[in-house]
Design a protein around this ligand. Structure first.
Ligand code: AHR
Length: 499
């Protein structure tokens, strides 16, 4: 099996949007408590933040973090999580049937964001709350001072505003599981009016309207069109969420999950542009893929949520395999291939709950297999994204029909001159001999080929064996002029660097 891929700086899609490498911290299970925040942990700093997790977050290369949910946010009162900790109420969190202590809240998240070097992306409760609450929260977060809420923030020890630019107008409001679930028309109107009021306070905010919870929702397509018809002028983004997992042992379809993600993106772009055409609007709505990952929801669906309202229970702590990590790498390739319109994306989530980082309470933190393709892509995808469209063998899949076995994208950094090719061989059984044609970069040579794969695609990392799955460097063929060769193992994620 052989494939050919041509790289040329002229095949530009867009510059790499820094917000493409976002993640997500929800009050869910152990993402916050014993994840990013654990005052009694040996590594905790004065704020109670686990510095081992902070270090891994920086290493992961995360740029923006969505907070505080997720399903959680649709029943959340943000005021519960500010001010003196001893006065904060314990509440039921109906979304995850857990007890929320509110020991961690808005001020802690703002402080943690600064330490982690990330931009906060704030989600609003449009499930049980509405316009007034959104404006109050905005005033608390961003107003310099001299008003009720901004002075309260200062009194809580945060004199400087948090200056949150990016806001989600609710979460998955199309989903019947969502607290305060709405029809598209109800939600679109509420999102539009909430956005309008928020922009009366600060016209420069960037606002995300909820799109569909996944492309299989019965209302998909119609939902986006209706919401944007109501809220087009008030929002900048429409959101997408998608989770994939290995079903019935069908590895080929699972490895081709990015086919679905790319079709989903194309459909949302078309729907947003259809509304634009009807309105004769100059503005284009971009896409915020603010929840994506591999997540096997079978256990969650079968077992259901806890019934004894525990505090920070271990929920949806998926352990990621080599195959999962290859899919995560491929989903990142899909996002890069569409980064002219997808300019925000969040890997859901950051720690413990379906996350690249895992921790033990009081114990170690470690990198899951999926950590690696994310960290390497965030580090090496620099400059402009180049379309490569490989000529590759076709692979049959049960779910998506015939798909190209090689899924790829490249980036070119004008400043350093570095080229990085990100390529997945989706074929679980056959290797691919890849020829890289780089006449337009004739002086470049392959200097590095890093692979994430393995003979055991079910291998995982754990607290006792945290580096069982890691990317490895393989020998490179440096002889060619304007052309180079790379061997792509079956079911592998690869990054090939030319300098
Ligand atoms: O990320 C886990 C959950 O998945 C989120 O809370 C929700 O928005 C989505 O359904």
């Amino acid at each position: 099996h052989s494939a050919i891929l041509t790289i040329d700086p002229a095949f530009r899609i867009a510059e790499v949007p820094p917000r493409l490498f976002g993640s997500f911290v929800e009050h869910l299970g152990r993402c916050v408590y014993t994840g990013i925040f654990e005052p009694s942990h040996p590594s905790a700093d004065d704020d109670g933040f686990r510095t081992d997790v902070l270090d891994l977050t920086r290493e992961l290369g995360v740029s923006v973090v969505r907070y505080p949910g997720g399903n959680f946010v649709s029943g959340y009162r943000w005021e519960d999580g500010v001010g003196p900790r001893e006065a904060r109420p314990q509440r039921l969190d109906p979304a995850w049937r857990s007890t929320e202590t509110n020991a961690f809240g808005l001020g802690e998240f703002a402080a943690w964001s600064r330490q982690a070097g990330i931009e906060p992306m704030m989600a609003l409760n449009l499930g049980t709350r509405g316009i007034q609450d959104a404006c109050d929260l905005l005033e608390y977060c961003n107003h310099p001072g001299g008003t009720y809420w901004s002075d309260m923030r200062a009194a809580h020890g945060h004199a400087k505003p948090f200056d949150v630019r990016l806001w989600c107008l609710g979460n998955e409001m199309d989903g019947p599981w969502q607290i305060g679930h709405k029809t598209a028309a109800e939600y679109g109107r509420l999102a539009g009016e909430t956005g309008r009021a928020m922009r009366m306070i600060d016209p420069s905010l960037e606002l995300v309207a909820c799109g569909s919870s996944h492309s299989g929702m019965p209302t998909f397509g119609e939902w986006e069109a209706t919401v944007l018809e109501e809220a087009y002028d008030q929002v900048d983004y429409i959101s997408l969420h998608a989770y994939y997992h290995l079903q019935d042992g069908d590895l080929a379809s699972f490895l081709a999950s990015a086919v679905d993600m790319e079709a989903f993106i194309d459909d949302v772009v078309s729907t947003a542009d259809h509304v634009r055409a009807k309105r004769r609007a100059a503005k284009r709505i971009n896409l915020s893929f603010d929840e994506w990952n591999v997540w096997d929801q079978t256990d969650w669906r079968e077992q259901g949520p806890p019934d004894d309202w525990p505090e920070a229970p271990p929920l949806i702590e998926d352990t990621y395999t080599v195959a999962d990590a290859v899919v995560v790498g491929s989903l990142l390739i899909a996002l890069l291939r569409h980064c002219d319109r997808v300019t925000v994306a969040c890997l859901a989530q950051l720690v413990n709950a379906i996350a690249p980082i895992r921790t033990e309470p009081g114990g170690p933190a470690w990198r899951q297999a999926s950590f690696h393709p994310f960290a390497l892509t965030a580090r090496l995808a620099r400059g402009r994204v180049l379309r490569v469209d490989p000529v590759a063998p076709v692979m049959a899949t049960a779910r998506y029909g015939d798909v190209p076995a090689v899924h790829a994208v490249a980036t070119y950094d004008d400043d350093s001159g570095d080229v990085a090719i990100f390529a997945v061989n989706r074929n679980p059984a056959e290797p691919v001999e890849l020829t890289v044609r780089h006449d337009a970069f004739a002086r470049h040579r392959i200097t590095e080929h890093t692979v994430l794969s393995g003979d055991d695609l079910a291998a995982t990392n754990s607290s006792t064996n945290p580096d069982r799955v890691i990317p490895v460097s393989v020998p490179v063929d440096t002889s060619g002029h304007g052309s180079a060769r790379a061997y792509l193992k079956p079911a592998s994620w690869n990054v090939i660097r030319l300098t």
